[in-house]
Design a protein around this ligand. Structure first.
Ligand code: SF4
Length: 391
């Protein structure tokens, strides 16, 4: 299992769960929590359930027992990410938007840090869309849910993310993101909070439901937790936008193995999903990638977020496969499997954002990147490969 691969944020990871419990106990501020795609499967292992068990409802019920006022889903914002990113891809292809092709995905902070520190020449290729975590924070802070809360209290809500990823703590304090998320805790930290409060997770009913708004999601959002998932979700939406026939599932870019997985979509081109930073470095070692691909997803953890540094530790050599199976089962059993068919996302565009890449969307849902290669940052990234994070 990959607990060593989140290349930045590792050394500066700090436990935040005590601070979150204090805010929950204090009850002075409304609290909003979001749960990342990979967390709902991996949390099961912390409480003795079979690896791969889908515990979405149990996790929601546990979060309510912990005292969160609004339990929302990062998967909602994964769908929102696809709306922005797929449209960005199409506009770059049509020459209507600045930026280079192939388009690199931008939802993995380990990858963003690598580009900014080691390969700033690739910045024009990065999608400007914020990650689902940050889009969720921006929407919770400024969108319809914020308006709802403002009717009850003048205090700003306290917004918490549950992430499979140690580097997400670093992402939340990047310039341009700061202030949207108040605390990021990992799946392991959530398990500590649940144990600390003696909540019997394994025997909780698995029927909890997310709040609305910001609780609905598609199967496409669920697969963000696995390597190749962001790309597959984007392909589903881009293919529909172009009126292309094709399969909804893209087996060629699925799987937890390190390396480069490729799919070719007739009428669109070839795309690649890169699993692990070592595989990305290999791919980028010559310029072939520029000629071959239209879009490239990079996840620095082998297998994607389901193998993230904040996930439970395991000695099971098949653990990533088991988690992946759980994640793809969520997708295949979803009624809605394409991000653009998410009704809550459609309402958000109708009532608040206008359209993908609108002025409001650009202001709240997009970001910028900059080269930053100080020796200290390079050293921090190098040392990030050492697992010193457990506490
Ligand atoms: Fe974090 Fe996922 Fe990237 Fe790993 S692959 S660094 S868990 S976002």
């Amino acid at each position: 299992q990959c607990t060593l691969r989140c290349p930045v944020g590792a050394l500066i990871e700090r436990p935040d769960w005590h601070r979150v419990l204090e805010v929950l106990d204090d009850r002075k501020r409304k609290t909003i929590v979001q749960t990342a795609p990979a967390t709902r499967v991996a949390i099961s292992e912390e409480f003795g359930l079979e690896p791969g068990t889908i515990s979405t409802g149990r996790m929601i019920n546990a979060l309510r027992q912990l005292g969160f006022d609004y339990v929302t889903d990062t998967n909602f914002s994964a769908d929102l990410t696809i709306m922005e990113e797929a449209n960005e891809l199409l506009q770059r292809v049509q020459g209507k938007r600045e930026g280079a092709l192939p388009l690199f995905t931008s939802c993995c902070p380990g990858w963003i840090n690598y580009v900014e520190i080691h390969r700033p020449d690739l910045i024009p290729h990065l999608s400007t869309t914020k990650s689902p975590q940050q889009m969720h924070g921006a929407m919770a802070r400024n969108g319809p849910l914020a308006k709802l809360i403002a009717e009850e209290t003048e205090e700003e809500p306290f917004i918490v993310s549950i992430m499979p990823c140690t580097a997400k703590k670093d992402e939340a304090v990047r310039p341009g993101n700061r202030g949207d998320i108040d605390a990021v805790i990992t799946t392991r930290e959530l398990a500590k909070m649940i144990r600390h409060r003696n909540i019997p997770f394994a025997s909780l009913s698995n029927d909890g439901k997310y709040d609305s708004p910001m609780g609905d999601s598609s199967g496409a959002a669920a697969i963000f937790g696995a390597s190749g998932g962001v790309l597959e979700a984007a392909l589903r939406t881009a293919a529909d936008a172009l009126g292309l026939d094709g399969p909804i599932e893209h087996e060629g870019i699925r799987g937890v193995e390190r390396g480069v997985k490729v799919a070719t979509i007739e009428g669109l081109g070839s795309v690649a999903a890169v699993s692990s930073i070592g595989s990305a470095i290999d791919l980028l070692s010559n310029d072939e990638w520029k000629k071959k691909f239209l879009m490239i997803e990079v996840m620095t953890c082998p297998g994607g977020c389901l193998g993230g540094g904040g996930e439970p530790k395991s000695d099971d050599k098949d653990i990533l496969k088991k988690r992946m199976k759980g994640i793809y089962n969520i997708d295949s059993s979803s009624t809605i499997r394409k991000s653009h068919e998410n009704k809550e996302v459609q309402q958000l565009y109708d009532n608040f954002l206008g359209s993908p890449l609108s002025e409001t969307s650009e202001r709240l849902l997009h970001t910028t990147y900059a080269a930053r290669g100080s020796p200290r940052e390079k050293l921090s990234q190098f040392l990030g490969a050492v697992d010193v994070r457990d506490h």
